[in-house]
Design a protein. Structure first.
Length: 190
């Protein structure tokens, strides 16, 4: 049987990829992951140079922004797989992980995958649109320094802070509108 692309030596693959551009590992990471299993294994060994990750969902599509480059996904499993391929590196600390408007089903699958792999996400700032379970991502974040929560849906602050098993140095809550009683309650609890 003639050799296939899967039989290509790693050094040849690297040489071919280097012809794409100087920053081919960042620029083509998610494209090459989807070529075949052997490419995926190889690409997944590259330490990511991504500092910020943002996740949003609308109209049945999921948008993931890695370092200012947006990727649109129609399939939740592919989205989770690409995210995990970046988040799994224990020695990489991300500047920001942002979870905006999202699909509950996607978030559930994402959290289950992180939990099953026992991942710890090293991130400096976590930004959440608190409309549900996205607060659970904090269980997997290793010592974040800043937590920003858009709490426009006015989930009681007790509900938000009950999930913290450790101190986070700075927590910022954003509200659209508060009455005096609500604002006083937040100040009293903090």
């Amino acid at each position: 049987m003639p050799p296939t692309i899967n039989d290509m030596p790693v050094n040849i693959l690297e040489k071919i990829c280097s012809k794409l551009s100087d920053d081919y590992r960042e620029k083509y990471r998610f494209i090459l992951r989807n070529v075949c299993q052997s490419f995926r294994r190889h690409v997944d060994s590259w330490t990511p140079k991504i500092e910020e990750i943002s996740i949003f969902s609308n109209f049945g599509r999921i948008t993931v922004e890695f370092a200012s480059t947006e990727y649109l996904y129609d399939h939740e499993n592919l989205t989770v797989d690409d995210l995990i391929s970046v988040l799994k590196f224990p020695n990489v600390k991300f500047e920001k992980l942002e979870i905006g408007e999202k699909s509950e089903e996607f978030l559930e699958n994402f959290l289950l995958k992180i939990e099953s792999l026992n991942l710890k996400i090293h991130v400096e700032t976590v930004e959440l649109n608190n409309s549900g379970r996205e607060i659970d991502i904090l269980k997997f974040c290793e010592n974040p320094e800043i937590l920003k929560i858009d709490n426009s849906k006015k989930i009681p602050i007790e509900e938000i802070i009950k999930n913290f098993s450790r101190k986070i140095p700075k927590i910022t809550l954003k509200y659209d509108k508060l009455n005096a009683t609500e604002a006083t309650e937040i100040v009293r609890l903090s």
